[in-house]
Design a protein around this ligand. Structure first.
Ligand SMILES: Nc1nc2c(ncn2[C@@H]2O[C@H](COP(=O)(O)OP(=O)(O)OP(=O)(O)O)[C@@H](O)[C@H]2O)c(=O)[nH]1
Ligand SMILES: [Mg+2]
Length: 441
């Protein structure tokens, strides 16, 4: 997952909190010191870190835990909300027809993100088309047109026209009937006068709903300066932070944007078109702290799966049979890298800190589970509670697996069922207490 180092340092700090026998000033100072170190290593601005530390200390020592929450849970909640605060708010994105312009410095990830966004909206049932307005970099036309071909997204460009404004004017007419229109513009080394003018001219062509500034996470705290400069020059409606998968400085970029008048719309977490996530401060911090991000998981599931794969509505009612789990396992295979999915589940949900090695085993295990389930009756899959020891022996014989493996599957089902029940209560803050219990607080 992104910001691995920051995540594991923060988790370590919270473990200290969990393992302490009582919560006093000394423990809080110690935990805050660890959090400070972790954030500074992730390039978060020192002033911001100091502000957050004081805030955590003050609140932890003065606020009384709300009813039903013990003091550890209370402190964890404070840490969580303060961390959410420093990454700021997310740019609201409507799932309706809209026109988007991508801007940013050279190599920040505009073209890649254009394709990712087209895919994102297509998955939501909106028809996207993109326009290549980069007449500056040779190869820009081919890069975007190839990405679009792969994704089956409509592309408009004029290879030999050097006038970006006229390309966009023509393109907008050509793709008028599409729901989502995305314009990819040229990047330069710096925000030069002619580039600003070109962006303004393009922007003047139609009623754009969004101007997204694309920033490479590796620039760290400089994100704040760039967001301010672009905002003053042309006005932006949101920021996309790319390449969060490839830098330890992502904490700097994320927190720096919240220090400006703008907010983060999406984050890029890899090179392929599906590596784009809607930015969600709650979910992002939950995941970083190892509390899972069930909202992102549900969103991802909805995106990739058809209605027949997993009946989320039914799952939300709390009923979760082995059949549901069976189709989930098939769905998980469809959803791609298991690691990415697991990182969204609450810590403990699938066995705590899962290492890379364990993912492979788990994937193999899932295959085994399928084989075991093929030896069950329909009734058993509907109601796994029916499965007592004699049925376990029968299933074990039928599937060629050991009774322990059958039991493990049943245990896994119970665990998944619990996670699904957690989802029912709604992700994010609402579920803090349940998630904290899973962290053994
Ligand atoms: N790992 C990773 N790589 C990314 C991500 N987003 C973009 N890249 C890579 O960054 C490089 C530059 O991306 P582009 O999309 O071409 O950037 P650009 O802003 O369009 O560049 P110009 O058009 O030259 O200004 C490419 O090699 C992309 O594959 C991301 O989220 N993660
Ligand atoms: Mg480009």
């Amino acid at each position: 997952m992104v910001l691995d180092n920051l995540g594991s340092s923060l988790k370590d700090a919270l473990k200290k909190l969990a393992n302490s026998s009582k919560i006093d000033k000394e423990v809080i100072d110690d935990v805050v010191k660890d959090i400070q170190r972790a954030l500074i290593q992730a390039d978060v601005n020192v002033k911001l870190v100091m502000k957050l530390s004081n805030q955590i200390k003050n609140r932890a020592l003065t606020e009384a835990p709300p009813a039903g929450m013990n003091s550890k849970e209370h402190v964890l909640r404070i840490v969580y909300t303060e961390l959410v605060n420093i990454v700021g708010k997310a740019t609201p994105i409507k799932l309706e027809p809209q026109t988007i312009m991508m801007v940013g410095l050279q190599g920040s990830g505009k073209t890649t993100t254009t394709a990712k966004l087209a895919r994102y909206f297509a998955r939501k049932g909106l028809k996207p088309a993109v326009i290549c307005a980069d007449t500056y970099r040779p190869g820009a036309y081919d890069q975007l047109s190839q990405l679009c071909t792969k994704l089956g997204v409509t592309f408009y460009g004029e290879r030999d026209n050097k006038d970006a404004v006229s390309i966009v004017r023509n393109g907008l007419k050509e793709i008028a009937k599409y729901d989502i229109k995305i314009v990819d513009t040229a990047g330069r080394h710096a925000l030069e006068t002619d580039l600003i003018q070109e962006m303004k001219d393009i922007y003047g062509l139609t009623d754009f709903d969004h101007k997204f500034l694309v920033l490479d996470a590796a620039i760290g705290q400089q994100a704040s300066e760039q967001a301010k400069t672009f905002n003053e020059a042309i006005g932006i409606t949101g920021v996309v932070i790319t390449k969060l998968d490839g830098t330890a400085k992502g904490g700097g970029a994320l927190s720096a944007v919240s220090d400006t008048n703008t907010s983060i719309a999406f984050i890029g977490v890899g090179e392929t078109p599906e590596d784009l996530e809607r930015f969600d401060p709650d979910g992002f911090i939950s995941r970083l702290l190892g509390m899972g991000d069930l909202k992102a998981l549900v969103e991802k599931a909805n995106e990739v799966l058809t209605k027949d794969d997993v009946n989320l509505d039914r799952m939300m009612t709390g009923k979760f049979t082995l059949n549901d789990m069976y189709s989930q396992l098939e769905a998980i295979n469809k959803m791609g890298p298991l690691k990415q999915i697991m990182s969204m589940l609450p810590l403990g949900g699938l066995g705590g800190n899962i290492t890379d090695d364990m993912y492979k085993v788990t994937q193999d295990k899932l295959k085994g589970y399928k084989i075991i389930m093929d030896s069950m009756t329909g009734e058993e899959k509907e109601d796994p509670k029916l499965i007592g020891s004699s049925r376990i022996s029968r299933i074990s014989r039928g599937s060629g697996k050991t009774p322990d493996e059958v039991r493990e599957l049943l245990k896994y089902h119970k665990m998944m069922q619990k996670a699904v029940k957690g989802m029912k209560g709604g992700p994010g803050k609402m579920n803090m207490q349940k998630l904290m219990k899973q962290m053994k607080f």
